[in-house]
Design a binder for this molecule. Structure first.
Ligand SMILES: Cn1nc(-c2ccccc2)cc1C(=O)N[C@H](Cc1nc2ccccc2[nH]1)C(=O)O
Length: 181
C-alpha cells in the first residue's frame, strides 16, 4: 500500500477522513460536496483504510467496525448510587446519602428524558453518573461475560446495539445501560 500518495486512504476523489472529537470516531468528509458521513464512501479500500487508521490513530482510540473479539460488547451506562450502594461515594459526592427510593425516582426521571429523545444517555452520564466512567460519557469500553456484576452483564448482553435498558439494580446502585457495539 503506497501510503505516501495524496489519497492515502484510497477514498474516492474529494473525500477525506476526519476525526470527530466529541464521539472519538473517524468520519468521512467531502469539502466540495459539503457533506459528511460516518460510513466510508463506497469504493473505499477497507484494508488500506484500516492501515491508515492503525497508522494515524492510537490503537486504544481505534474504533473498529465491531470486529472486537467475539463475545465482547461495548456499552455506556449512567449510575445513580444510594446509601445502600457498595461504595456510597463518587466523584460527584463524597458521601452519598440519598435512599434507594430517591435514587429510583431520579433515574426514572433520566430514563424518561432519554427515551423521549430530550438528551442522550452519554450526555447525561457526563454530569449525573456516580461512576468514574462519567468523564467518558459512561463508556465502559468492550467487556465480556464475567467482567461485570451479573445483573449488569445480563441486562447489557440482552440489548441489541443501540438499545437502552430499563433500570438495572446492582450492588453499585441503579443503572441505565446503552449498548453501542
Ligand atoms: C467498571 N468500571 N469502569 C469504570 C471506568 C471506565 C472507563 C473510564 C473510567 C472508569 C469505572 C468502573 C466502576 O466499577 N465504577 C464504580 C461504579 C460501577 N459499578 C459498576 C457495575 C457494573 C458496571 C459498571 C459499574 N460502575 C465506581 O466508580 O464506584
Amino acid at each position: 500500500v503506497n501510503m505516501t500518495d495524496s489519497n492515502a486512504t484510497g477514498l474516492p476523489p474529494g473525500w477525506e477522513v476526519r476525526h470527530s472529537q466529541s464521539k472519538n470516531l473517524p468520519y468521512y468528509f467531502n469539502p466540495t460536496e459539503k457533506n459528511s458521513r460516518w460510513e466510508p464512501p463506497s469504493g473505499t479500500d477497507i484494508e488500506k483504510l484500516k492501515l491508515y487508521m492503525a497508522r494515524y490513530h492510537s490503537t486504544s482510540g481505534l474504533v473498529t467496525d465491531g470486529a472486537q473479539a467475539p463475545g465482547k460488547i461495548r456499552a455506556l451506562h449512567l449510575l445513580v448510587k444510594h446509601n445502600q450502594s457498595r461504595r456510597p461515594s463518587s466523584w460527584r459526592e463524597a458521601e452519598i446519602t440519598r435512599t434507594k427510593d430517591e435514587a429510583m425516582s431520579i433515574i426514572q426521571g433520566y430514563e424518561d428524558r432519554i427515551k423521549r429523545g430530550e438528551v442522550s444517555l452519554g450526555e447525561l452520564a457526563l454530569t449525573e453518573s456516580d461512576c468514574s466512567s462519567a468523564r467518558k460519557r459512561g463508556d465502559l469500553g468492550y467487556f465480556a461475560r464475567g467482567d461485570m456484576q451479573k445483573e449488569f452483564e445480563d441486562a447489557a448482553f440482552a440489548l441489541k446495539p443501540g438499545q437502552i435498558s430499563g433500570v438495572v439494580d446492582t450492588a453499585s446502585g441503579l443503572h441505565l445501560i446503552e449498548r453501542i457495539e
